[in-house]
Design a protein around this ligand. Structure first.
Ligand code: NDP
Length: 253
């Protein structure tokens, strides 16, 4: 019996990287998992197929985030698909993981780039939560993936860092509102994780630098983050809300 048997989870940006690892972990723990994706049709299909081959239950939901109608598209796809797996419909766990990054310092940031960053990283998760709340059962979980850059200053990605600051403030305030329903809202902050957003890790010298950034002397892996999320969405974390869980492997201590 899995810790998440009977639960339904929606993980945004689950076709790759950290989101994929989260989707796979939650499915392994027994949740029915909606694997959200945008461009990665084949990748998302592989995630869903892999989960099913291991005895789990998953389905894909496609939607571009950060554009008008994004949340409506996502939730319409979710609502249509979920009834095939759970006649109750509804949701227990929402993981806002999808995000984009840029490598702009303050001088390089443009108003258009700023708007895109905030549309995908802040506006989409906020309005997804707003619209998903009617589907979220009491005792549910919302996890917003933030970043260690809210604690560790990296001015070369200042716009991205600002979006994650907004995500953390959003999580903190929402936790207060949803507490009476037994719903927890937390942010999980990864450090440097080996995913597509960090292709520079292929350079051994830079990979060594990244490893040394962590107290453990290695670069984070998507599973390192997924395991923290698995704790936060489980019953053992029922008394933890409004928090930012640092999952940076002790970076820049
Ligand atoms: P990846 O770039 O590997 O994956 C991003 C995922 O988000 C993909 O599934 C992608 O879907 C989806 N996505 C991106 N933009 C959109 C969009 N506009 N609409 C819909 N889906 C979108 O990211 P990571 O796994 O590295 O990062 C996951 C989370 O972790 C993010 O919130 C990131 O900010 C955070 N983080 C990552 C760190 C790292 O070092 N990797 C460090 C700190 C935080 P598709 O490919 O299907 O289009």
């Amino acid at each position: 019996m899995g810790a998440l048997d009977g639960k339904t989870a929606l993980v945004t940006g689950a076709s790759r990287g950290i989101g994929r690892a989260i989707a796979e972990r939650l499915a392994a723990d027994g949740a029915v998992v909606a694997v959200h994706y945008h461009r990665g049709v084949t990748a998302a299909h592989e995630v869903v197929t892999g989960i099913r081959e291991r005895g789990g239950v998953a389905f894909g939901v496609r939607a571009e985030l950060g554009v008008p109608g994004d949340v409506d598209t996502l939730l319409a796809g979710f609502d249509t698909a979920i009834t095939e797996y759970d006649p109750r419909g509804g949701l227990d766990i929402l993981v806002n993981n999808a995000a984009i990054g840029t490598s702009d310092d303050l001088a390089g940031l443009t108003p258009a780039g700023f708007d895109t960053l905030f549309a995908v990283n802040v506006k989409a998760p906020m309005f997804l939560v707003q619209q998903a709340l009617s589907r979220l059962r009491d005792g549910g979980r919302i996890v917003n993936i933030s970043s260690g850059v809210t604690r560790i200053a990296l001015p070369d990605i200042i716009g991205y860092a600002a979006t994650k600051g907004a995500v953390e403030a959003f999580s903190h305030n929402l936790a207060k509102q949803l507490g009476p329903r037994g719903i927890t809202v937390n942010a999980v902050s990864p450090g440097i994780v080996e995913t597509d957003v960090n292709p520079w890790l292929a350079d051994p010298e830079r990979a060594r630098w990244a490893a040394d950034f962590s107290a453990f002397g290695r670069v984070g892996q998507p599973d390192d983050i997924a395991d923290v999320v698995a704790f936060v969405v489980g019953d053992d974390a029922r008394w933890v809300t409004g928090q930012v869980l640092d999952a940076t492997g002790g970076s820049a201590l």
